[in-house]
Design a protein around this ligand. Sequence first.
Ligand SMILES: Cc1ncc(COP(=O)(O)O)c(C=O)c1O
Length: 437
Amino acid sequence: MDRDPHLNQSRKTNAALMARRRAAMPRGSGQVHEVFVDHALNAEVWDVEGRRYIDFAGGIAVLNTGHRNPQIVAAVKAQLDRVTHTCFQVLAYEPLVELAERLNALAPGDMPKKSFFLTTGAEAVENAIKIARAYTKRSGVIAFSGGFHGRTMMTLSLTGKVAPYKAGFGPFPAEVFHARYPSALHGVSVADSLASIEHIFKNDIEPERVAAIIVEPVQGEGGFYVAPPEFLLALRALCDKHGILLIDDEIQSGSGRTGTWLAIEHYGVVPDLITMAKSLAGGFPISAVVGRAEVMDAPNPGGLGGTYAGNPLAAVAALEVIKVFEKDGLLARARFLGERLQTGMRAMACKHRAVGEVRGLGAMVAMELIENGDPHAPATELTKRLVSEAARRGLILLSCGSYANIIRVLVPLTASDAIVDEGMSILEASLDAVAAA
Ligand SMILES: Cc1ncc(COP(=O)(O)O)c(C=O)c1O
């Protein structure tokens, strides 16, 4: 790993800061890498000891436009000199209205749309469920195994993974049911998945009491499983048949990651409600619920809100993210990078039997590591060693999946080809090293 000669942090070490962190902060808030960041730019990060890393994690899908994108930083600096907080429900500001107009226009479907803003992804999902219940006057919600929707109580109820998210925190809000998410690798067909919804209708709740089905077009934390087109089309048809709303959780797959502004655009499916967060504002905290105007208007005045919801700094950052995408052609870049990443990973799969599958949509790319060529034998330990070895060599990686055996890539779309290739070389060398050990 290179060291930054300009860094004036010689007395701080990652180990000393980890000790302070452990003493002052609870262990429940995990940390993938024992690294403390000093500064970052685009797809590179420097720690307090001056080590340089290539960032393939992007703050968990937040940095599609890169660390400290100069255009976004300039817009936020200008807003800092104007106003930083009023609470939109008390005194409004134009950038948030403009953001709503932009997101309404970007979301699929010709019908009138409205957008409402919050701070975190989980809050967006919470509010999408509130809006769906207010509109349909129904209570039930169907989510999917392996899906991740957040860490608040309602979103934990929706999240389809017990350890570490749900364990010890129940009981969760009722009337949430989990269907199976399709995965050819794991032998779950679209028909199996749809049959699991019919089982819910038969065994748990009648469709007339279901307010919404919430789905990720590409499961994020769940393992970058890409929904087959016929699955999302069938969900839309099922929702139409029973008067159920389709909520499209684009918190990880949205904001241009997959080569379209929203992943659902690949499918030609028009959802009733969409949740967005993460890369929406390039590192500033804001989330959105975008949806059919009549649905969005169902809650009464005062029913929706939040003190920091739609903060003006984050609002101007989000407007700038959209401009950066247009100016820099980042949707095309996502498609280009996706192919480059998949090609690199497929080359690794030819060398290593442990790479069971390479998959992705646009630049949302992952490889699943398995033992002895058996997709039902997750190589969890190998993946853990790979993540550590890559960090030792200067590449920040993230795993995902129910068994933490999937390497996902969320490198900024603004990263140069040279940086992406350097990162892929480190990934390959790290895999060679841990597979040989
Ligand atoms: C698909 C999806 N929904 C919701 C969330 C929750 O977002 P947040 O962590 O901002 O609350 C996440 C976070 O990873 C996510 O990937």
